[in-house]
Design a binder for this molecule. Structure first.
Ligand code: ATP
Ligand code: MG
Length: 293
């Protein structure tokens, strides 16, 4: 099992989330670069054991579209979670302006759907936190999911260190209906979050910009009661817009399944085009590091 004494902290901080910090570390025994996430917890010893058991499923979450899990350990009131280091960062950092003519503008989508489908079909896991910061990319052109909900106890014990202002939650989750209607979350809530993330990539910004709403409540009200967001329409035939609209149904039962999304003309054509994801990542990283004039 992995422990802190094997890890050498690198200077680079990879990011900060609502619950903790992610740092780059070197695992000295294997010389593997890893990303270590520190999550501050509010709990007692008994609950720690529950979390350790629940995290065990991560060792079985092995797929090309899932970030590798190397192990977790606890020190005082923090859990340290070690995963594969993804050298191009998360999708939100690769956002490019929408180009309606190019079906290859969203090369991350196929991997996202395959990853979500794998979690559901093979491990019976619903992600629960699909959003651009939880989709990681590397320079080999691989797109992988992280931060899916495997531990109910961990979820309950995480101490919030900062409040996010972007919600990717489906309307029924904001209303709190899903527990009553379907017994806990359904997979279709993730389909909404997937669609919203793809729209964000297309628009180049979060579809419910905080500056349009006077407060978080107004923003959540817009998600629940307003029309669903969509992509600006490009020249026909625009199967991409249709694909996104199939995700963005207000009514969860009307949303497409992962199978339908994979078989949809947009993804089938995308596959036929054999999009060069590696090149896309290279260009996006270059655009990001180019100095602003
Ligand atoms: P939230 O706390 O709401 O889940 P978040 O996903 O941004 O938001 P973290 O999961 O703590 O928060 O991650 C913080 C940032 O660290 C991410 O936005 C991502 O850019 C970066 N990051 C996370 N994991 C890795 C990784 N394995 N490799 C490289 N960068 C990572
Ligand atoms: Mg995250």
């Amino acid at each position: 099992a992995i422990n802190m004494s094997q890890l050498q902290l690198e200077d680079e901080e990879l990011g900060k989330g609502n619950y903790g910090t992610v740092k780059k570390v070197l695992h000295k025994p294997t010389n593997v670069a890893m990303a270590m996430k520190e999550i501050r917890l509010e709990l007692d010893q008994a609950k720690l054991n529950a979390i350790i058991m629940e995290l065990d499923v991560l060792h079985r979450a092995v797929a090309p579209e899932i970030v590798d899990f190397y192990g977790a350990f606890f020190i005082e009131s923090c859990v340290y979670y070690c995963m594969e280091y993804m050298d191009a960062g998360s999708l939100d950092k690769l956002i490019q302006p929408y180009s309606p003519r190019s079906a290859s503008a969203f090369p991350a989508a196929p991997s996202m759907v395959r990853g979500l489908k794998f979690l559901k079909d093979d491990l019976n896991i619903i992600h629960r936190d699909v959003k651009p910061t939880n989709v990681l990319v590397n320079r080999k052109g691989q797109v992988k999911l992280c931060d899916f909900g495997v531990s109910g106890q961990l979820d309950k014990s995480m101490a919030r260190t900062n409040i996010g202002c972007q919600s990717y939650m489906a309307p029924e989750r904001i209303r709190g209906e899903s527990r009553v209607l379907y017994g806990a979350y359904t997979v279709s809530s993730d389909v909404w979050s997937l669609g919203l993330s793809i729209i964000e990539l297309g628009l180049g910004r979060y579809p419910y910009p905080p500056e349009t709403y006077s407060n978080v409540f107004a923003q959540l009200t817009a998600i629940v009661h307003g029309p669903p967001p969509c992509l600006p329409s490009g020249p026909p035939p625009s199967s991409l817009e249709d694909w996104v609209n199939r995700c963005m149904k207000k009514e969860p039962l009307e949303r497409a399944t992962y199978k339908e999304l994979l078989e949809h003309p947009w993804l089938r054509n995308n596959a036929a085009l054999d999009v060069d994801v590696e090149r896309w990542v290279r260009c996006a990283v270059q655009a990001r590091t180019r100095p602003i004039r």
